[in-house]
Design a protein around this ligand. Structure first.
Ligand SMILES: NC(=O)c1ccc[n+]([C@@H]2O[C@H](COP(=O)([O-])OP(=O)(O)OC[C@H]3O[C@@H](n4cnc5c(N)ncnc54)[C@H](OP(=O)(O)O)[C@@H]3O)[C@@H](O)[C@H]2O)c1
Length: 259
């Protein structure tokens, strides 16, 4: 039995992945932004081991979630599923001065990766939209570019793959992978989304717990349990190191080296 932690899992793909993983006999810890949403998560998955609580748009919320997770021990797998977007009308900053889409979609997975006891498997949620992202650290906080919510989301999902691959390089003993779930009808995806909802959650569950040799790799990106080539820039070690340095500068948290 594996112990799996899933961020942003009070509803949507994270909750669905939790349901799939629990049905397969594993222990699932969910994560919600506040106590009310934690109660919703518990009601939706009554057998879950625990629900960590914290708004991961803020650094204090990220730290609080990492502390709660660490108090529960070391997880076998962590699924970095939390996400917002993809069409915010205006640029918004968190109380820490970080552009909000970047804070939730990129900085939160970075900080949780760095602060949580290291799992054997790490799974990062990207999107097919990452292919339209800009692989440049010239203006990751959208301070000089004219705001475009869809592009900011696409950038954040590109950074999620860059982060997964950076972690794979940094921690070769772990399995760190990314995936595209398809465009599926969650609150984010919208009721008219064309792809299969369950299929959208299966790959994150599979990467987290399956013994299938195809899932036991590192530094890869997937779509529906098959490898799918990501934007080529995600393989660039300089871009990976640049993202880690940017996240470290924003958060004051450094990704530990392999020990
Ligand atoms: N749906 C799609 O078509 C699609 C396509 C490609 C990629 N993805 C990716 O899949 C992942 C899950 O998306 P989804 O469609 O399941 O989205 P969703 O239905 O909107 O669910 C998002 C989850 O994240 C939580 N969350 C958001 N901001 C948070 C914060 N600051 N602190 C704590 N929790 C927070 C939400 O909690 P609340 O309910 O309290 O807000 C909710 O539980 C995301 O990374 C997304 O980018 C989705």
């Amino acid at each position: 039995m594996a112990r799996v932690f899933i961020t942003g899992s009070s509803e949507g793909l994270g909750l669905l992945a939790g349901q799939i993983i629990q049905e397969e006999g594993h222990a699932v810890t969910l994560h919600a932004r506040n106590d009310a949403r934690a109660a919703d998560a518990r009601a939706a998955l009554p057998g879950c081991q625990a629900v960590a609580v914290g708004d991961v748009s803020t650094l204090s919320g990220m730290r609080a979630v990492a502390e709660q997770a660490n108090a529960l021990g070391t997880f076998d797998a962590v699924i970095h599923n939390v996400g917002i977007g993809y069409q915010e009308r205006r640029r918004d900053e968190t109380p820490d001065g970080v552009e909000r889409v970047f804070a939730v979609n990129v900085l939160a997975p970075y900080v949780l990766t760095a602060l949580m006891h290291r799992p054997r498997r790490l799974v990062y949620l990207s999107s097919g939209m990452h292919r339209g992202g800009t692989p440049s650290l010239d203006d990751p906080q959208w301070t000089t570019r004219r705001w475009n919510g869809a592009e900011a989301y696409a950038d954040s999902k590109l950074w999620d793959i860059v982060l997964a691959f950076a972690v794979a390089r940094r921690w070769p003993d772990a399995r760190s992978n990314a995936l595209e779930p398809g465009w599926v009808p969650t609150r984010m995806g919208g009721a008219g989304a064309p792809d299969d909802l369950t299929e959208g959650a299966v790959t994150q569950a599979w990467l987290a717990v399956s013994d299938d040799p195809a899932a036991n790799v590192t530094g890869e990106s997937f779509f529906h349990r098959k490898r799918r080539s990501p934007h080529p820039a995600t393989r660039d070690p300089a871009l990976q190191d640049g993202l880690l340095a940017h996240c470290a500068a924003l958060s004051g948290v450094t990704l530990p080296p392999m020990t």
